[in-house]
Design a protein around this ligand. Structure first.
Ligand SMILES: Nc1ncnc2c1ncn2[C@@H]1O[C@H](COP(=O)(O)OP(=O)(O)OP(=O)(O)O)[C@@H](O)[C@H]1O
Length: 181
């Protein structure tokens, strides 16, 4: 049973997941769960992929590793994939979107290889993460937000803060934990 909500913040690499998650964690007291960090620190992977320059994630191990924390609630789950997290864990899915020229500049700034850059830009243009979220979760909990400018970040975080307040109010009106996990 959860007394605090769980939110996924997802989107193509570079779209602003970490920036949003950090700010939202500061303003709401929810905790930032960076899946990149968990995969690395808890070794939820099957090794390093040189071509993609990223860990080959062991999803079962990852889910086992975060299950107890997730079931307690109060997490902002920050990752570039979302459909592996069970529906029953999740109260809101925020899919951040960025203009492709804006995203291009951000990814070039990171020194991505041409192949990785193109793959991520294609994924953003084809709205792969948005479709993934819509396929995996109920329509009413999936929200698409722009993340092109710093003003967007501020506005998005304020919007998410209001959502958290409403969730908490609704939860306390119902007398505590409302959801089975
Ligand atoms: N809306 C925005 N306006 C201006 N700059 C932004 C915005 N969102 C992100 N950035 C900048 O883009 C870069 C990437 O942002 P961030 O690390 O938050 O993305 P991410 O989605 O978490 O990436 P990854 O999936 O690789 O972890 C950072 O330098 C950040 O400051």
């Amino acid at each position: 049973m959860r007394t605090e909500p769980n939110i996924i913040i997802t989107g193509t690499p570079g779209v602003g997941k970490t920036s949003h998650s950090t700010l939202l964690a500061n303003t709401t007291g929810l905790k930032h769960l960076s899946i990149n960090q968990i995969v690395k620190e808890r070794e939820c992977h099957e090794g390093w992929d040189e071509g993609y320059q990223s860990w080959i994630v062991d999803e079962d191990k990852l889910l086992d590793s975060i299950e107890d924390e997730a079931k307690q609630g109060g997490w902002i789950i920050d990752w570039h994939a979302c459909d592996l997290f069970p529906k029953s864990w999740i109260d809101l899915v925020v899919v951040l979107r960025a203009d492709s020229t804006v995203l291009y500049d951000r990814l070039v700034g990171r020194g991505y290889s041409e192949a990785k850059l193109q793959e991520n830009l294609d994924s953003e243009i084809m709205q792969v993460l948005l479709e993934e979220a819509r396929d995996a979760y109920d329509e009413e909990i999936v929200v698409e937000l722009r993340s092109d400018t710093l003003e967007d970040v501020e506005g998005n975080v304020e919007r998410m803060e209001r959502w958290v307040e409403n969730w908490r109010e609704g939860n306390s009106r119902k007398g505590g934990a409302v959801k089975e996990s």
